[in-house]
Design a protein around this ligand. Structure first.
Ligand code: ATP
Ligand code: MG
Length: 402
């Protein structure tokens, strides 16, 4: 059995003086993630981390969950032991390989990479590699050494303990999510916004989320779909407080008072104003949307200009330069796609004009908005009457836990 998991982190390692902070944050996030899987010890181990199962917990079980922790670039299931005699290293390495590739592993090419931190160790790195390689060939007579393009690299690293591993499973990369950076994600039921939120979270930003719900024009199924999307994003991003904003009154008012071709743009401006108020309440300092240039009438450059004009916080639109197919590929990879394509209506599609303005003029929009009924109050009311759903690491949190 593997008894350890080496965790490699990329960008953190080059962060100079901040490095400890980043390492500690990553350790904290890993511990939170692993809490539901059993007891694990997480320690710093010279430029990487070591996760060791305790009380019968398993290494295999936590690989997939750790592939959803931002900041990790590689995971190496390892055999970790203290006896650094050559005999012990060889025996552990052969046992490790039998475990990973089976007693009767098929023919493979390999090389051994020896490393030693202790320069007083009687053998140098090359000698260690040669000795271990010899024993591997005895145990697997079919295998062949290939120093240039091996199918398997077997690492034997002598540090304060000995680490043997032969697989580097890719992590998701990015930076560990920190609660001291927060942004508010406008989360619809579509394909784009969950991906946009995921991308910002990947840069270490905690999310809260805002969904505009036009009950009964949008049903509970549409709402549940958005909760499910937030839940899936939270597998990566950790804590998310999702605000479900009652939007029907405002939307009907826009519909009644404003020109048809401006409905979408006015609606989007008000969404931004509400999202900003919620962001303030949540201690978030930026907004995130799934907007993308040119896909629909509300996303021409002129429309984005008019929408953006009501915002005082920075608005991040990480998908702005992506093609739809590229967005879909990420959605599939992060497992939000299947939920996003469920066919429930959303408030934009219900109240959409037949011929929305693609080149709205800001002054006209502002003039039309004057017809709205006490919009300041309506916005505040929508914020105050929002329902909050709390999510953390793939779970909906009930009651006061969150
Ligand atoms: P998505 O796939 O994210 O729904 P889209 O291509 O359908 O995006 P729009 O419907 O124009 O584009 O929405 C653009 C962005 O506005 C969304 O990505 C989202 O950030 C925000 N948004 C739209 N509708 C809602 C809503 N009902 N609740 C919250 N945010 C919304
Ligand atoms: Mg949409």
């Amino acid at each position: 059995m593997y008894n350890g998991l080496l965790v490699k982190y990329g960008e953190i390692a080059i962060k100079g003086n901040n490095r400890h902070q980043f390492e500690n944050l990553l350790i904290h996030n890993i511990k939170e993630k692993l809490a539901q899987y059993g007891t694990y010890k997480v320690s710093k181990e010279q430029g990487r981390l070591l996760v060791e199962p305790e009380c019968g917990a398993s290494v295999e079980e936590i690989i997939a969950p750790l592939q959803k922790v931002f900041g990790i670039i590689g995971l190496c299931p390892a055999s970790v032991f203290t006896d650094n005699s050559l005999e012990s290293i060889c025996a552990h390495t052969v046992a490790h390989l039998k475990e990973v590739y089976g007693e009767n592993a098929p023919q493979m090419t390999f090389k051994v990479e020896g490393r030693r931190a202790d320069k007083k160790y009687p053998l140098n790195s090359l000698q260690i590699a040669a000795e271990v390689g010899g024993k591997v060939l005895e145990a697997f007579p079919e295998w062949k050494v290939d120093l240039h393009h091996p199918q398997v690299v077997i690492w034997t690293e002598l540090r304060n303990r000995v680490y043997v591993f032969s697989k580097i499973i890719p992590g998701v990369g990015g930076m560990p999510v920190s609660s001291s950076n927060k942004a508010a994600l406008l989360l619809s039921g579509g394909i784009d916004s969950p991906v946009a939120g995921w991308m910002i979270a990947k840069r270490g930003v905690e999310l809260c989320a805002v969904y505009f719900h036009a009950h009964p024009y949008t049903t509970d199924r549409a709402k549940d779909k958005v909760i499910e999307l937030a839940r899936r994003v939270s597998e990566y991003s950790g804590r998310i407080r999702l605000y479900i904003v009652p939007f029907t009154d405002i939307q009907l008012d826009i519909y009644d008072q404003c020109p048809q071709d401006q409905l979408t743009i006015i609606m989007r401006r008000i969404m931004m104003r509400i999202a900003e108020k919620i962001a303030e309440k949540e201690g978030a300092i930026a907004l995130v949307t799934g907007e993308n240039l040119g896909q629909v009438a509300s996303q021409t450059l002129q429309s984005l200009y008019c929408t953006n004009e009501v915002c005082t916080m920075p608005v991040f639109r990480p998908l702005i330069g992506f093609d739809k197919q590229e967005i879909i590929e990420i959605a599939q990879r992060i497992d939000t796609y299947e939920t996003s394509i469920l066919p429930y209506e959303d408030c934009c599609t219900i109240f959409v004009a037949k011929h929305p303005e693609t080149k709205p003029k800001l002054s006209n929009i502002v003039k039309s908005e004057e017809h709205l009924t006490d919009i300041e109050n309506a916005i505040q009311k929508a914020v105050d009457e929002s329902e909050i759903v709390k999510l953390n690491l793939g779970k909906v949190i009930k009651g006061e836990e969150a």
